[in-house]
Design a protein around this ligand. Sequence first.
Ligand SMILES: Cc1cc2nc3c(=O)[nH]c(=O)nc-3n(C[C@H](O)[C@H](O)[C@H](O)COP(=O)(O)OP(=O)(O)OC[C@H]3O[C@@H](n4cnc5c(N)ncnc54)[C@H](O)[C@@H]3O)c2cc1C
Ligand code: SF4
Length: 313
Amino acid sequence: MKAFTYARAKTAAEAAQMATATPGAKFIAGGTNLLDLMKLEIETPQHLIDVNGTGLDTIAATPEGGLRIGAMVRNTDLAADTRVRRDYGVLTRALVAGASGQLRNKATTAGNLLQRTRCPYFYDTNQACNKRKPGSGCAAIGGFNRNLGVIGTSDACIATHSSDMAVAMRVLDASVETVDAGGTARTIPIADFHRLPGNTPQVETALKPGEFITAVTLPRPTGGTHIYRKVRDRASYAFALVSVAAIMKPDGVRAAFGGVAHKPWRVEAAERGTDARSIASGTFAGAKTTPQNAFKLPLAERALASAIAEAQA
Ligand SMILES: Cc1cc2nc3c(=O)[nH]c(=O)nc-3n(C[C@H](O)[C@H](O)[C@H](O)COP(=O)(O)OP(=O)(O)OC[C@H]3O[C@@H](n4cnc5c(N)ncnc54)[C@H](O)[C@@H]3O)c2cc1C
Ligand code: SF4
Protein backbone atom coordinates (compact mmCIF):
# COMPACT_ATOMS: atom_id res chain seq x y z
CA MET A 1 0.00 0.00 0.00
CA LYS A 2 1.25 3.49 -0.83
CA ALA A 3 1.79 5.99 2.00
CA PHE A 4 -0.97 8.52 2.60
CA THR A 5 -1.90 11.23 5.06
CA TYR A 6 -5.11 11.25 7.07
CA ALA A 7 -7.49 13.83 8.52
CA ARG A 8 -10.99 13.88 10.01
CA ALA A 9 -13.78 16.14 8.75
CA LYS A 10 -16.37 17.38 11.25
CA THR A 11 -18.97 18.59 8.75
CA ALA A 12 -20.01 17.85 5.17
CA ALA A 13 -18.90 21.31 4.02
CA GLU A 14 -15.52 20.84 5.68
CA ALA A 15 -15.12 17.45 3.99
CA ALA A 16 -15.77 18.98 0.55
CA GLN A 17 -13.36 21.84 1.28
CA MET A 18 -10.64 19.46 2.45
CA ALA A 19 -11.04 17.32 -0.68
CA THR A 20 -10.72 20.29 -2.97
CA ALA A 21 -7.73 21.67 -1.05
CA THR A 22 -5.74 18.44 -1.43
CA PRO A 23 -5.52 17.04 -4.97
CA GLY A 24 -5.64 13.26 -4.95
CA ALA A 25 -7.62 13.12 -1.70
CA LYS A 26 -10.43 10.61 -1.13
CA PHE A 27 -13.18 10.36 1.44
CA ILE A 28 -13.24 7.24 3.57
CA ALA A 29 -16.52 6.09 5.14
CA GLY A 30 -16.86 2.42 6.13
CA GLY A 31 -13.71 1.65 4.16
CA THR A 32 -15.00 -1.76 3.07
CA ASN A 33 -14.33 -1.06 -0.60
CA LEU A 34 -11.74 1.69 -0.58
CA LEU A 35 -9.25 -0.08 1.70
CA ASP A 36 -9.31 -3.22 -0.45
CA LEU A 37 -8.63 -1.09 -3.52
CA MET A 38 -5.78 0.72 -1.75
CA LYS A 39 -4.15 -2.53 -0.65
CA LEU A 40 -4.15 -3.67 -4.26
CA GLU A 41 -2.87 -0.23 -5.35
CA ILE A 42 -5.83 0.17 -7.69
CA GLU A 43 -6.67 3.35 -5.80
CA THR A 44 -3.71 5.33 -4.49
CA PRO A 45 -5.03 8.45 -2.73
CA GLN A 46 -2.35 10.65 -1.21
CA HIS A 47 -4.72 11.86 1.47
CA LEU A 48 -7.71 10.26 3.21
CA ILE A 49 -10.53 12.33 4.66
CA ASP A 50 -12.38 10.36 7.29
CA VAL A 51 -16.03 11.41 7.11
CA ASN A 52 -17.33 9.23 9.93
CA GLY A 53 -17.54 12.25 12.27
CA THR A 54 -19.73 14.39 10.02
CA GLY A 55 -22.87 13.45 11.94
CA LEU A 56 -24.79 12.38 8.85
CA ASP A 57 -26.03 9.21 10.45
CA THR A 58 -29.75 9.80 10.94
CA ILE A 59 -32.88 8.95 8.97
CA ALA A 60 -35.51 11.71 9.11
CA ALA A 61 -38.99 12.21 7.69
CA THR A 62 -39.18 14.85 4.93
CA PRO A 63 -41.93 17.49 4.69
CA GLU A 64 -43.04 15.75 1.46
CA GLY A 65 -43.76 12.52 3.33
CA GLY A 66 -40.60 10.67 2.34
CA LEU A 67 -37.36 9.86 4.16
CA ARG A 68 -33.97 11.56 4.15
CA ILE A 69 -31.19 9.04 4.76
CA GLY A 70 -27.90 10.54 5.97
CA ALA A 71 -24.87 9.59 3.89
CA MET A 72 -23.23 7.84 6.86
CA VAL A 73 -26.21 5.69 7.84
CA ARG A 74 -24.90 2.12 7.96
CA ASN A 75 -26.49 -0.44 5.68
CA THR A 76 -27.56 -2.51 8.73
CA ASP A 77 -29.33 0.45 10.35
CA LEU A 78 -31.04 1.45 7.11
CA ALA A 79 -32.31 -2.08 6.50
CA ALA A 80 -33.62 -2.33 10.07
CA ASP A 81 -35.36 1.05 10.26
CA THR A 82 -39.06 0.42 10.94
CA ARG A 83 -40.18 3.07 8.43
CA VAL A 84 -38.00 1.58 5.72
CA ARG A 85 -39.19 -1.93 6.48
CA ARG A 86 -42.83 -0.81 6.42
CA ASP A 87 -42.88 1.63 3.48
CA TYR A 88 -39.82 0.81 1.38
CA GLY A 89 -39.56 -2.96 1.79
CA VAL A 90 -37.68 -3.40 -1.47
CA LEU A 91 -34.82 -1.38 0.03
CA THR A 92 -34.57 -3.51 3.15
CA ARG A 93 -34.69 -6.67 1.04
CA ALA A 94 -31.97 -5.43 -1.30
CA LEU A 95 -29.72 -4.36 1.56
CA VAL A 96 -29.90 -7.66 3.40
CA ALA A 97 -29.18 -9.51 0.15
CA GLY A 98 -25.82 -7.74 -0.05
CA ALA A 99 -22.41 -8.63 1.38
CA SER A 100 -22.44 -10.00 4.95
CA GLY A 101 -23.68 -8.84 8.34
CA GLN A 102 -20.22 -7.61 9.35
CA LEU A 103 -19.77 -5.66 6.12
CA ARG A 104 -23.24 -4.12 6.36
CA ASN A 105 -22.43 -2.95 9.89
CA LYS A 106 -19.60 -0.81 8.45
CA ALA A 107 -20.85 0.00 4.93
CA THR A 108 -22.53 3.38 4.53
CA THR A 109 -25.26 4.68 2.25
CA ALA A 110 -22.89 6.92 0.26
CA GLY A 111 -20.08 4.37 0.14
CA ASN A 112 -22.46 1.69 -1.12
CA LEU A 113 -23.59 3.90 -4.02
CA LEU A 114 -19.95 4.59 -4.90
CA GLN A 115 -18.57 1.06 -4.59
CA ARG A 116 -16.61 0.09 -7.66
CA THR A 117 -17.17 -2.72 -10.13
CA ARG A 118 -16.28 -6.34 -9.42
CA CYS A 119 -14.98 -6.97 -12.95
CA PRO A 120 -12.08 -9.41 -12.30
CA TYR A 121 -9.76 -7.58 -14.71
CA PHE A 122 -10.28 -4.30 -12.84
CA TYR A 123 -8.77 -6.00 -9.78
CA ASP A 124 -5.86 -7.58 -11.67
CA THR A 125 -3.24 -4.91 -12.25
CA ASN A 126 -1.46 -7.14 -14.81
CA GLN A 127 -4.46 -6.88 -17.14
CA ALA A 128 -5.60 -4.14 -19.51
CA CYS A 129 -8.48 -2.16 -18.04
CA ASN A 130 -9.73 1.19 -19.33
CA LYS A 131 -11.48 1.87 -16.06
CA ARG A 132 -8.35 1.41 -13.96
CA LYS A 133 -5.90 2.77 -16.54
CA PRO A 134 -7.67 4.82 -19.24
CA GLY A 135 -6.55 3.95 -22.75
CA SER A 136 -5.02 0.59 -21.81
CA GLY A 137 -7.78 -1.53 -23.37
CA CYS A 138 -10.33 -3.92 -21.95
CA ALA A 139 -9.28 -7.48 -21.19
CA ALA A 140 -12.85 -8.46 -20.38
CA ILE A 141 -14.08 -7.98 -23.94
CA GLY A 142 -12.95 -11.25 -25.45
CA GLY A 143 -11.92 -12.55 -22.03
CA PHE A 144 -13.86 -14.11 -19.15
CA ASN A 145 -17.01 -11.98 -19.14
CA ARG A 146 -19.76 -14.25 -17.84
CA ASN A 147 -20.51 -11.84 -14.96
CA LEU A 148 -20.37 -8.65 -16.98
CA GLY A 149 -22.79 -6.25 -18.64
CA VAL A 150 -25.36 -6.95 -21.32
CA ILE A 151 -26.81 -3.50 -21.91
CA GLY A 152 -25.51 0.06 -21.97
CA THR A 153 -21.99 -1.28 -22.53
CA SER A 154 -19.38 0.28 -24.82
CA ASP A 155 -16.32 -0.78 -26.79
CA ALA A 156 -14.25 0.57 -23.88
CA CYS A 157 -15.92 -1.24 -20.95
CA ILE A 158 -18.60 -3.84 -20.24
CA ALA A 159 -18.45 -3.72 -16.43
CA THR A 160 -21.50 -3.78 -14.18
CA HIS A 161 -22.32 -1.79 -11.06
CA SER A 162 -22.46 -4.21 -8.18
CA SER A 163 -24.62 -2.49 -5.56
CA ASP A 164 -27.88 -4.16 -4.54
CA MET A 165 -29.01 -1.09 -2.57
CA ALA A 166 -28.72 1.18 -5.63
CA VAL A 167 -31.09 -1.05 -7.63
CA ALA A 168 -33.79 -0.65 -4.98
CA MET A 169 -33.16 3.10 -4.81
CA ARG A 170 -33.61 3.28 -8.58
CA VAL A 171 -37.03 1.61 -8.47
CA LEU A 172 -37.97 3.95 -5.60
CA ASP A 173 -36.93 7.07 -7.58
CA ALA A 174 -34.49 8.21 -4.88
CA SER A 175 -32.41 11.40 -5.15
CA VAL A 176 -28.80 11.95 -4.11
CA GLU A 177 -28.00 15.18 -2.23
CA THR A 178 -24.53 16.67 -2.37
CA VAL A 179 -22.48 19.69 -1.36
CA ASP A 180 -19.36 21.07 -3.02
CA ALA A 181 -16.38 23.00 -1.66
CA GLY A 182 -18.14 26.33 -2.20
CA GLY A 183 -21.05 25.15 -0.04
CA THR A 184 -23.39 24.75 -3.01
CA ALA A 185 -25.88 21.94 -2.54
CA ARG A 186 -27.53 20.05 -5.38
CA THR A 187 -29.89 17.14 -5.85
CA ILE A 188 -29.24 14.47 -8.47
CA PRO A 189 -31.99 11.99 -9.41
CA ILE A 190 -30.67 8.46 -8.95
CA ALA A 191 -31.43 7.77 -12.64
CA ASP A 192 -28.76 10.35 -13.55
CA PHE A 193 -26.30 9.62 -10.75
CA HIS A 194 -24.43 6.63 -12.23
CA ARG A 195 -23.10 6.99 -15.76
CA LEU A 196 -22.75 4.56 -18.65
CA PRO A 197 -19.13 3.75 -19.55
CA GLY A 198 -18.93 5.30 -23.04
CA ASN A 199 -15.32 6.28 -23.78
CA THR A 200 -14.63 7.27 -20.18
CA PRO A 201 -15.43 4.26 -17.98
CA GLN A 202 -13.26 5.72 -15.22
CA VAL A 203 -15.90 8.46 -14.73
CA GLU A 204 -18.62 6.54 -12.96
CA THR A 205 -20.98 9.13 -11.53
CA ALA A 206 -22.27 12.67 -11.99
CA LEU A 207 -20.21 13.87 -8.99
CA LYS A 208 -17.67 16.63 -9.60
CA PRO A 209 -14.19 16.35 -8.05
CA GLY A 210 -14.44 16.90 -4.29
CA GLU A 211 -18.26 16.87 -4.28
CA PHE A 212 -19.54 15.18 -1.14
CA ILE A 213 -22.74 13.14 -0.76
CA THR A 214 -24.76 14.32 2.24
CA ALA A 215 -27.92 12.20 1.94
CA VAL A 216 -30.22 10.09 -0.18
CA THR A 217 -33.87 11.11 -0.21
CA LEU A 218 -36.77 8.76 -0.84
CA PRO A 219 -40.05 10.21 -2.13
CA ARG A 220 -43.41 9.44 -0.51
CA PRO A 221 -44.04 5.70 -0.20
CA THR A 222 -45.33 4.14 -3.42
CA GLY A 223 -47.43 1.46 -1.76
CA GLY A 224 -47.74 -1.89 -3.53
CA THR A 225 -45.89 -5.13 -2.85
CA HIS A 226 -42.12 -4.91 -2.76
CA ILE A 227 -39.87 -7.76 -3.89
CA TYR A 228 -36.10 -7.98 -4.39
CA ARG A 229 -34.93 -11.09 -6.22
CA LYS A 230 -31.18 -11.68 -6.46
CA VAL A 231 -29.76 -14.55 -8.53
CA ARG A 232 -26.16 -15.46 -7.77
CA ASP A 233 -23.73 -18.33 -7.98
CA ARG A 234 -24.08 -19.23 -4.30
CA ALA A 235 -26.80 -18.51 -1.78
CA SER A 236 -25.04 -15.80 0.21
CA TYR A 237 -22.02 -13.53 0.25
CA ALA A 238 -21.92 -13.19 -3.55
CA PHE A 239 -22.63 -10.44 -6.02
CA ALA A 240 -25.66 -10.65 -8.31
CA LEU A 241 -25.53 -12.30 -11.70
CA VAL A 242 -28.90 -10.64 -12.15
CA SER A 243 -31.18 -8.96 -9.66
CA VAL A 244 -34.54 -7.27 -9.88
CA ALA A 245 -36.18 -4.75 -7.57
CA ALA A 246 -39.91 -4.88 -8.26
CA ILE A 247 -42.89 -2.96 -6.91
CA MET A 248 -46.20 -4.53 -7.79
CA LYS A 249 -49.30 -2.35 -7.86
CA PRO A 250 -52.81 -3.05 -9.19
CA ASP A 251 -52.06 -1.13 -12.39
CA GLY A 252 -48.69 -2.71 -13.14
CA VAL A 253 -45.16 -3.38 -11.98
CA ARG A 254 -42.12 -1.14 -11.66
CA ALA A 255 -38.82 -2.96 -12.20
CA ALA A 256 -35.14 -2.04 -11.94
CA PHE A 257 -32.40 -4.58 -12.68
CA GLY A 258 -28.94 -5.10 -11.22
CA GLY A 259 -25.96 -7.10 -12.49
CA VAL A 260 -26.68 -6.17 -16.11
CA ALA A 261 -25.23 -2.70 -16.70
CA HIS A 262 -22.83 0.00 -15.51
CA LYS A 263 -25.74 1.41 -13.49
CA PRO A 264 -29.02 0.12 -12.08
CA TRP A 265 -31.07 -0.49 -15.22
CA ARG A 266 -34.65 0.64 -15.52
CA VAL A 267 -36.75 1.64 -18.53
CA GLU A 268 -39.96 3.23 -17.26
CA ALA A 269 -41.54 3.14 -20.74
CA ALA A 270 -41.39 -0.67 -20.66
CA GLU A 271 -43.35 -0.86 -17.40
CA ARG A 272 -46.79 -1.62 -18.75
CA GLY A 273 -48.93 -4.29 -17.10
CA THR A 274 -47.56 -7.38 -15.40
CA ASP A 275 -46.30 -9.53 -18.24
CA ALA A 276 -42.63 -10.23 -17.46
CA ARG A 277 -41.78 -11.11 -21.08
CA SER A 278 -43.14 -7.83 -22.40
CA ILE A 279 -41.48 -5.72 -19.68
CA ALA A 280 -38.14 -7.52 -20.08
CA SER A 281 -38.17 -7.23 -23.85
CA GLY A 282 -38.75 -3.46 -23.63
CA THR A 283 -36.23 -3.04 -20.82
CA PHE A 284 -33.49 -4.95 -22.62
CA ALA A 285 -34.10 -3.69 -26.18
CA GLY A 286 -30.68 -3.03 -27.69
CA ALA A 287 -28.86 -5.46 -25.39
CA LYS A 288 -25.42 -6.59 -26.53
CA THR A 289 -24.40 -9.92 -25.07
CA THR A 290 -21.36 -12.17 -25.35
CA PRO A 291 -21.53 -15.96 -25.74
CA GLN A 292 -20.72 -16.23 -22.02
CA ASN A 293 -23.23 -13.77 -20.62
CA ALA A 294 -26.19 -14.12 -23.01
CA PHE A 295 -27.88 -16.23 -20.33
CA LYS A 296 -28.50 -13.03 -18.35
CA LEU A 297 -31.35 -11.93 -20.62
CA PRO A 298 -33.63 -14.95 -20.08
CA LEU A 299 -32.49 -15.02 -16.45
CA ALA A 300 -33.59 -11.40 -15.96
CA GLU A 301 -36.98 -12.15 -17.47
CA ARG A 302 -37.43 -15.20 -15.25
CA ALA A 303 -36.30 -13.30 -12.15
CA LEU A 304 -38.94 -10.68 -12.90
CA ALA A 305 -41.59 -13.33 -13.58
CA SER A 306 -40.73 -14.95 -10.27
CA ALA A 307 -40.94 -11.61 -8.43
CA ILE A 308 -44.32 -10.87 -10.02
CA ALA A 309 -45.62 -14.32 -9.11
CA GLU A 310 -44.44 -13.88 -5.51
CA ALA A 311 -46.08 -10.45 -5.30
CA GLN A 312 -49.35 -11.77 -6.74
CA ALA A 313 -49.36 -14.66 -4.30
C1 LIG B 1 -16.51 -9.45 0.41
C2 LIG B 1 -17.49 -8.38 0.00
C3 LIG B 1 -18.73 -8.74 -0.49
C4 LIG B 1 -19.63 -7.76 -0.87
N1 LIG B 1 -20.87 -8.13 -1.35
C5 LIG B 1 -21.74 -7.17 -1.75
C6 LIG B 1 -23.02 -7.51 -2.28
O1 LIG B 1 -23.38 -8.69 -2.40
N2 LIG B 1 -23.84 -6.50 -2.66
C7 LIG B 1 -23.48 -5.18 -2.54
O2 LIG B 1 -24.29 -4.31 -2.89
N3 LIG B 1 -22.28 -4.84 -2.05
C8 LIG B 1 -21.42 -5.80 -1.66
N4 LIG B 1 -20.19 -5.45 -1.18
C9 LIG B 1 -19.77 -4.05 -1.28
C10 LIG B 1 -20.15 -3.24 -0.06
O3 LIG B 1 -21.54 -3.04 -0.07
C11 LIG B 1 -19.40 -1.92 -0.21
O4 LIG B 1 -18.02 -2.20 0.02
C12 LIG B 1 -19.87 -0.88 0.79
O5 LIG B 1 -21.23 -0.61 0.62
C13 LIG B 1 -19.06 0.41 0.63
O6 LIG B 1 -19.43 1.31 1.64
P1 LIG B 1 -18.31 1.97 2.58
O7 LIG B 1 -19.00 2.95 3.44
O8 LIG B 1 -17.49 0.94 3.24
O9 LIG B 1 -17.47 2.73 1.44
P2 LIG B 1 -15.92 3.14 1.42
O10 LIG B 1 -15.12 1.95 1.07
O11 LIG B 1 -15.56 3.91 2.63
O12 LIG B 1 -15.96 4.17 0.20
C14 LIG B 1 -16.35 3.76 -1.10
C15 LIG B 1 -16.23 4.99 -2.02
O13 LIG B 1 -17.18 5.98 -1.64
C16 LIG B 1 -16.55 7.24 -1.44
N5 LIG B 1 -17.33 7.93 -0.42
C17 LIG B 1 -17.70 7.45 0.79
N6 LIG B 1 -18.53 8.32 1.40
C18 LIG B 1 -18.69 9.37 0.55
C19 LIG B 1 -19.47 10.58 0.61
N7 LIG B 1 -20.25 10.87 1.65
N8 LIG B 1 -19.42 11.41 -0.45
C20 LIG B 1 -18.65 11.13 -1.52
N9 LIG B 1 -17.89 10.00 -1.62
C21 LIG B 1 -17.93 9.14 -0.60
C22 LIG B 1 -15.13 6.88 -1.03
O14 LIG B 1 -14.23 7.94 -1.33
C23 LIG B 1 -14.87 5.68 -1.92
O15 LIG B 1 -14.51 6.10 -3.21
C24 LIG B 1 -19.27 -6.40 -0.77
C25 LIG B 1 -18.03 -6.04 -0.26
C26 LIG B 1 -17.12 -7.01 0.11
C27 LIG B 1 -15.79 -6.58 0.64
S1 SF4 C 1 -14.99 -4.33 -18.47
FE1 SF4 C 1 -14.40 -2.31 -17.72
S2 SF4 C 1 -13.63 -2.76 -15.66
FE2 SF4 C 1 -13.60 -4.70 -16.80
S3 SF4 C 1 -11.57 -4.83 -17.81
FE3 SF4 C 1 -12.94 -3.85 -19.26
S4 SF4 C 1 -12.60 -1.67 -18.86
FE4 SF4 C 1 -11.87 -2.74 -17.06
